[in-house]
Design a protein. Sequence first.
Length: 121
Amino acid sequence: MSDTVHGLKFPFRFEASGGLATAEASAKIRQNVMLILGTRQGERAMLRQFGTRIASLVHDPNDDLLADLIKNQARDALLTWEPRVLVTASDVTRRDGELTLTLTYLVVTESRAERMVIPLA
C-alpha cells in the first residue's frame, strides 16, 4: 500500500501538454487545506457540511472571541475533512483590521510538520 498523496491541482488547470495538472505529497495536502478553509459551509450542493463558517464571521467584532471561533472552525474542518492532517497549533493575529490565521500541522503520512499563514478578509 502506498501512502503517497496525489490528485488534481487546485485550482483546476491544464498542463502545457494538454493533460490535467496534478500535485503530490505535501503540495497536494496544502492545496486540500486551502480548499477546505476556503469553502463556505453549504456551498457544495451534494456535500453541505464541507468547509467552514469562517467567511460568515466577517461582520463579527474583531476580538478574542472571533479569534477563538476562527481557530476552532479551522481545526474542526481539517479534522473532519482531511484525516492526513493533525493540527498542532493555530493562532489568529489581528493587525489594522485584518486577520491572519497561522496553522501548524503534521502531515501524518509523511511525519513532517508544515506551517501555513492564511490572510483572512
